[in-house]
Design a protein around this ligand. Sequence first.
Ligand code: FNR
Length: 384
Amino acid sequence: MDMNNSFPISVEDFRHFAKKRLPNFLFDYIDGGSNDERTMAANIADFEDYCLKQQVMSDVGSVNTSTELCGQTASMPLALAPVGMAGMMARRGEVQAAKAAKAAGVPFTCSTVGVCSVEEIKQASTSIPWFQLYMLRDRDVVLQILERAKLAGCNTLIFTVDLAVAGMRHRDYRNGMLAEGLKAKWSMFSQLATRPRWLMDVGCLGGPHAIGNLSDVVDNPNSMAAFKAFIDSQFDPSVTWKDITWLRSVWDGKLIIKGVLEVDDARQAVDAGADGVVVSNHGGRQLDGVASSISKLPAVVDALDKQIDVFMDGGVRSGIDVVKAVALGAKGVLIGRPWVWAMAARQEAGITALLTRFQQEIEVAMALMGVNRIAELNADLIDH
Ligand code: FNR
């Protein structure tokens, strides 16, 4: 199909345009998963195990996709997932994404390792983002970061627990995205006459805001290699549930634990005082070989029995997938790669179009299922 002159419609269209626009190593950084990418593929494929039920001749004259996520009204049960270094895919990328999310009425999540700081995002987009945290060895630094997030108005903290160590991402290894290989690549890239201009204000190429949310502690790493070395030295693999209890004691907003797949872990999150969990395998970027998120969702929903909110992410590629996840008991879903592809393809307007498409698809699916409200979606509307 020749899509050169058309505006992207589906998530796959956006992916196609992102691939054309980005240098290979950046496209692969977003697009790839760990090892043989089996879990990443299962995240998408397993949505097909669940079929929606069509219900006809119901009055669907007042379909409404709005809902409540972490105490905020949202136009649909969807939020933008934290994506590290997303700001490399478009100029001040996280700001563009936060603006599009605000206009669409859904939350945007700042990653600990975002290019734009939480302050810049708040100021430039006038939205109040959610904030994602990785535990760092130096707890004083964690406290400083939380303080900054609070001052920026963030009320929801997403604490990611499935990155005790980084997954084996073969594409990144092949592309030399690690340590010295990457340093050489950046230095070569920055000398190209035709390099994308937007990349020049990313700190890795000498710009001012290397990793915005860590600027207090990492002094503008002037290469991705320095950044990677910093991550390796700072990310704390010794984290346990006790640390969540500590986090709970220092963070009084909503606390959502992201990266839980098993029922026992989800129960521990409840015991540690979390307000929610995200059933997630990090988009298939961590332990390859684990089951898909959607296949794990029903058991977690069942076990937690509405004590706290259950979200899910991984492989959500359409409004229909959102409806499936919500009918299976998710309060909402997060999307990762889709928004980054949309931004790489068509900047802020791309994300706006993507979010409009998701909302339309949710609305149409609800109408054809004979449902007017998000709260009416339930497991009886799914064939498994
Ligand atoms: C991520 N993800 C992620 N998660 C997190 O908690 N902090 C982070 O910094 C990142 N960084 C990141 C970078 C890239 C390039 C990707 C693709 C993903 C995981 C992300 O939040 C989410 O769990 C998955 O992306 C969901 O899967 P889909 O929607 O990409 O299939």
